[in-house]
Design a protein around this ligand. Structure first.
Ligand SMILES: Nc1ncnc2c1ncn2[C@@H]1O[C@H](COP(=O)(O)OP(=O)(O)OP(=O)(O)O)[C@@H](O)[C@H]1O
Length: 235
């Protein structure tokens, strides 16, 4: 479904991604893993169109994304939850969630002013906190809001950049449960950067290990062995 071929990415004169190849199958949950600074976030931002594609090709369902804006990619069904969440702190939870409605309405025949009930079923806390400002929520609640906001767009692919960074274990568990449920029940394709091995093993079906801007190992999650961990993940 998403296919990346020979992708280079540079910041100014510094090359970060080097001829990177990556295939993401529909309905998969793929953990992108690797030490700090290997280019994981840069890869996700390039898939999302937040960085221009320097060289190489990114396609989704056979359509080339290279020249499409991030907004167009969101319309095409790619949801993105950035590192650090990026919710609007001065807007209420409801206002944060409503931001996705114009995209949803453009995609579907049934126009709505209502936030899909599904979001509140997945994250009940968002209903309880509907009128609170985003900035007043805890870190874990903000992460749930950021994921909820991405899901309002009804994406077919959800991209998450370290969703569990700095979040308490019970909310990490809930986020994992939501990812597994959406994947099992709706076939949602998920790509996430994950540093926590336990979470990656529980939720991920596939792994891709990165080093120095390249994918250096790719397999099913049950094949992530101690040698690979030692070589590419241990610090
Ligand atoms: N806007 C930028 N301008 C210049 N260099 C950047 C920029 N953003 C990231 N870099 C550099 O690109 C390299 C890859 O960064 P990136 O954030 O993609 O890595 P990462 O694997 O996601 O790391 P982490 O696990 O620490 O988030 C790093 O050396 C980083 O310093």
């Amino acid at each position: 479904m998403i296919s990346i071929k020979n992708l280079d990415q540079l910041y100014g004169g510094t090359q970060i991604l080097w001829g990177l190849d990556l295939d993401i199958e529909p309905g998969s949950i793929t953990c992108i893993m690797g030490r700090n600074g290997v280019g994981k976030t840069t890869l996700l931002k390039t898939i999302m169109g937040l960085l221009p594609t320097s060289n190489g090709e990114i396609t989704m369902n056979g359509v080339t994304l290279n020249k499409q804006s991030a907004e167009k990619r969101a319309y095409s069904g790619i949801g993105y939850v950035p590192q650090g969440r990026d919710i609007f702190p001065m807007l209420t939870v409801e206002e944060n969630l409503r931001i996705g409605l114009p995209v949803l309405n453009k995609k579907s025949k049934n126009k709505t002013n209502d936030i899909p009930e599904k979001i509140f079923e997945l994250f009940p806390v968002l209903k309880d906190m509907l009128h609170r400002r985003g900035g007043d929520l805890s870190g874990g609640q903000q992460q749930q809001l950021a994921i909820g906001r991405a899901l309002v767009l009804d994406p077919s692919v959800l991209i998450l950049d370290e969703p569990n960074e700095g979040i308490q274990p019970n909310i990490v568990k809930q986020i994992g449960d939501v990812i597994l449920k959406l994947n099992a029940e709706e076939g949602l394709t998920v790509i996430l950067i994950e540093q926590k091995l336990g979470f990656a093993r529980r939720v991920g079906k596939e792994f891709r290990l990165m080093e120095k801007g390249r994918i250096v190992a790719a397999d099913r999650m049950d094949k992530l062995n101690d040698n690979l961990i030692k070589q590419y993940l241990a610090v």
